[in-house]
Design a binder for this molecule. Structure first.
Ligand code: ZN
Length: 413
């Protein structure tokens, strides 16, 4: 293009000196400096875009009261980007880890909270509670004092953070003296667990007991309380269903009989009771109630035999057809009552467990015998046969045989 001549001894000296520092030839360095300088000038001459101007204005106005994270959230940029611009503008914060946090602690109500802020807020409420109650209440109880509730594990972890550790084996005062045994009212227990449709797990929850179901079972045994599913009265399932559906009247035979008589269609009655039809039919079937509308659907009945007790019983055909369709006509098991069906299922489960454990036992036995056989052979022959020979005789791999031999402590010299 054209030649550039520098006619300044001072500039020439500076050029030479800097090129030497950079370990470059003067010509190459001069070219580089020229290009770099040009670029810089061109960049600064570029008109500022609208957005970058707005961002800078916002940062200038807020950098002292808001964190980069908060500004970034308002502007829709990452805090890294905001931080870079802020630093480029020469707005430096005081060094120290607390600055960002101090800023964040000043409430900025128009912004959604970050998860860190939320956590801090939670702990602000939790920490004093832990400090006050950790010696008298357990972690779950402390957690429940908060709104929203915090689970016990969180409380425990926080308590450890605060270095409020209980001595090993030491129990909270709340637990101490309040043995499960003392917290159970036998009459109430049997009423709930045998008649009112509560399971043991439900009972634990209802009484707010903190022990396992198995522990409760042991305690019930100790107290001589009946608790097993076999002991449940017929009303148990009815009460349970009724509670699920939110209407205890359903478990009352007289009430339901009267209701059914009042209605033309069971669909209407179900709708009136705000329950689904199968729910209503569960009670109708259990009480063996009758309604003229049943005939319309073809009140064909079938004679069935109970799989459990072998008693014959009658059931509406469509109640039999439905499960038949589901299983593609495979043989079905029918039970005369809920208790028969329950007992059958429990027996089957138990049998399944016994069978599989018997299989496991036989398998272990066979393995042990095999191992013994190998050991006996190796002990007898290891001194006059090589591992290869023994492996061949036992139909094993050589490496496996060597391993076995070493396991037996038979080392060759
Ligand atoms: Zn039966």
């Amino acid at each position: 293009m054209f030649l550039l001549k520098i006619e300044s001894p001072r500039l020439e000296r500076l050029l030479e000196h800097t090129a030497e520092l950079k370990e470059m030839s003067v010509e190459r360095f001069a070219k580089l400096a020229f290009v770099k300088g040009l670029r810089k000038i061109a960049e600064s001459a570029k008109p500022e875009t609208k957005t970058s101007k707005a961002i800078k204005e916002y940062i200038l106005a807020h950098w002292e009261s808001k964190t980069d994270i908060q500004m970034g959230r308002v502007l829709g940029y990452s805090f890294v980007y905001i931080q870079r611009i802020r630093l480029r503008m020469g707005l430096k914060r005081k060094k120290g880890p607390d600055t960002e946090r101090d800023l964040a602690a000043t409430p900025v109500t128009d912004l959604p909270l970050t998860s860190t802020e939320k956590r801090r807020k939670k702990y602000e409420a939790l920490d004093p509670l832990i400090r006050e109650h950790w010696q008298t209440k357990d972690d779950w109880e402390i957690g429940r004092l908060l709104d929203p509730v915090v689970d016990g594990t969180t409380v425990r972890l926080r308590r450890y953070k605060l270095d409020l550790k209980r001595k090993k084996g030491e129990k909270s005062a709340a637990r101490e003296g309040l043995r499960i045994l003392d917290q159970i009212d036998g009459l109430e227990f049997e009423r709930m667990v045998l008649r009112e449709g509560y399971t043991m797990t439900d009972y634990l929850k209802f009484k707010d007991l903190r022990c396992s179901r198995e522990r409760l079972r042991q305690v019930a045994e100790q107290l001589g309380l009946k608790h097993s599913p076999e002991d449940r009265e017929p009303s148990w399932l009815l009460m349970r269903k009724a509670r699920e559906l939110g209407n205890f009247n359903l478990a009352n035979r007289e009430w339901l009989t009267e209701k059914i008589a009042q209605y033309q269609s069971m669909a209407t009655l179900a709708a009136e009771l705000k329950i689904r039809e199968p729910g209503l039919y569960f009670f109708i079937r259990s009480f063996k109630l009758f309604h003229p509308s049943f005939r319309k659907h073809g009140a064909e009945t079938v004679n069935l035999m109970c799989t459990k007790c072998g008693k014959g019983f009658v059931r509406l055909k469509r109640w039999v057809d439905k499960p038949m369709q589901k299983t593609n006509g495979r043989a079905q098991e029918f039970f005369c009552s809920q208790s028969c069906s329950g007992q059958w299922n429990r027996e089957r489960t138990r049998k399944g467990i016994e069978e599989s454990s018997a299989k496991q036992l036989a398998w272990n036995q066979a393995r042990l015998e095999k191992k013994e056989r190998y050991a006996a052979y190796i002990r007898e022959h290891w001194q006059n046969q090589s591992d290869v020979q023994m492996a061949l005789a036992l139909n094993l791999s050589e490496s496996f045989l060597t391993k076995k031999r070493l396991e037996l402590g038979l080392r060759r010299a």
